[in-house]
Design a binder for this molecule. Structure first.
Ligand code: SAM
Length: 422
């Protein structure tokens, strides 16, 4: 009989990308598909990575993956781990990043995890495979896996996939394949397609028929700028009651519940007094937070992407949102301007806020609300704020990319008032 205990390797932690960290005789090793507490046998190994052979004894958070495609589809990394444990792990990563940024006492995080089947934004690849179209996500470091099931996707989008496959198959401009980004807006699914052929009038007719049949207001071709291929109705979405017309492929928070959690945490973090001085919002996108903030004060909303800015500008008429087009890496909002505001709200891209951080540190606005999608960038950006004397008042950690290693956080920072001199 196999001496299981002698050969079994313990998994002791999770790495930042969600792979288990196993303690092997050869050293620590990443092993995808494992959770802390697992005792495992490896099928193969390199110097840094192992392949799971089998689980000898499961860790306390191990569960049966809910999706039948888990393991082949590259969309989820952590379906073998219980959702509450994933939430704790994500919150722990943010807390650790904040400690490394110098915050000794991090407030207990409020946590919010969205429900399954809430994902409203997805980027899928498609390939011709004989008489079929394979449509789905790439397997890890591999080809496209047909998305025949999904525990993430909104049911409206999941139901769209079979007719979308059929339509793409009939499209003459699709030779080998392409990809399609789908945003579920209030007006219905909005599609931005890239394909390897040039669509002609026949392709456009097919796309228009498909749009009409499936309640799709707009299909665009990914180009610079995107080209409308079919427009069968008005395209619209609402942020806090304001109607916006997002451009093709617009940035949207991936889940409605996640967006709402971010919005609530940001609003709750605003100072109670002094809002007449106005709010400066950096990286405003199409206005996800801008119109909510405008219920409290005048908002100077900066955005660097021209189509997103145009969307915000068009929607802002008659509101307290004052949009400005600005590349904040090249031309950050200056310290003197930031200093006059009641609060600075920033929601930078994955790389973080770059040159803008130094201006915040110099301007010393009393309240800074930082919305993060990357703990490493959060740590980098908040280190100089901590050194400048900012205090971390509250922390909300949001899991809106279920079963992945992605995590969002809202940090509310304030500068304690200087003590009056005697
Ligand atoms: C994480 S998104 C947040 C958008 C918006 N707050 C939302 O929740 O929908 C980051 C935004 O920053 C914008 N952005 C990226 N780099 C920028 C830059 N250098 N200057 C200004 N805006 C930038 C992107 O276009 C995008 O709209």
């Amino acid at each position: 009989m196999e001496n299981v205990a002698a050969g079994a390797i313990p998994v002791v932690a999770l790495g930042n990308d969600g792979d288990g960290l196993a303690r092997t005789p050869a050293g620590m090793m990443f092993v995808p598909g494992t959770v802390p507490g697992d005792e495992i046998l490896l099928a193969s190994q390199t110097a840094t990575h192992g392949t799971l052979g089998r689980v000898v004894s499961p860790g306390p958070t191990r569960v049966a993956p809910p999706c039948p495609l888990f393991g082949s589809c590259g969309g989820c990394r952590l379906q073998h781990m219980a959702l509450p444990a994933i939430m704790d792990w994500k919150a722990g990563r943010v807390v650790e990043a904040l400690r490394h940024a110098g915050f000794d006492s991090v407030p207990a995080p409020q946590t919010r995890q969205v429900s399954p089947h809430g994902r409203r934004r997805v980027d899928l690849a498609f390939r011709r495979a004989g008489r079929e179209i394979v449509l789905g996500l790439h397997r890890r470091r591999g080809d496209v896996v047909d998305m025949t099931a999904c525990t993430l996707l909104d049911p409206t989008l999941l139901a769209l996939l079979p007719p979308l496959r059929t339509m793409l198959h009939s499209l003459p401009a699709v030779h080998a394949g392409g990809d399609v980004q789908i945003n579920l807006l209030d007006s219905g699914p909005d599609l931005l397609i890239a394909m390897d052929g040039t669509p002609d009038t026949n392709d456009r007719r097919i796309l228009a028929e498909f749009s009409r049949a499936h309640g799709i207001a707009r299909i665009s071709l990914r180009a610079r700028p995107p080209e409308t291929l079919a427009l069968t109705g008005p395209v619209f979405h609402h942020f806090d009651g304001t109607r916006v017309v997002p451009p093709p492929g617009a940035f949207l928070q991936p889940a409605r519940e996640g967006e709402e959690a971010i919005r609530q945490a940001v609003l709750a973090g605003l100072p109670r007094k002094g809002l007449k001085a106005g709010i400066i919002e950096l990286y405003a996108g199409c206005g996800t937070l801008s119109f909510a903030l405008a219920t409290q004060a005048k908002v100077h909303a900066y955005e660097g992407d021209r189509p997103a800015f145009a969307c915000l500008k068009q929607a802002s008429g008659g509101t307290r949102v004052l949009p400005a087009l600005r590349d904040l890496n090249r031309q950050p909002v200056m310290a003197t301007e930031l200093a006059k505001s009641a609060a600075v709200v920033l929601d930078p891209p994955h790389a973080g806020a770059g040159a803008q951080v130094a201006q915040i540190v110099t301007g010393r606005p009393r309240c800074v609300i930082y919305v993060s999608c990357n703990p490493a960038a959060l740590q980098r950006d908040l280190t100089p704020l901590r050194q400048a004397g900012y205090r971390l008042d509250s922390l909300t950690v949001i899991d809106q990319f279920l079963w992945s290693a992605e995590v969002e956080a809202v940090c509310v920072l304030t500068l304690p008032a200087a003590r009056p001199r005697r």
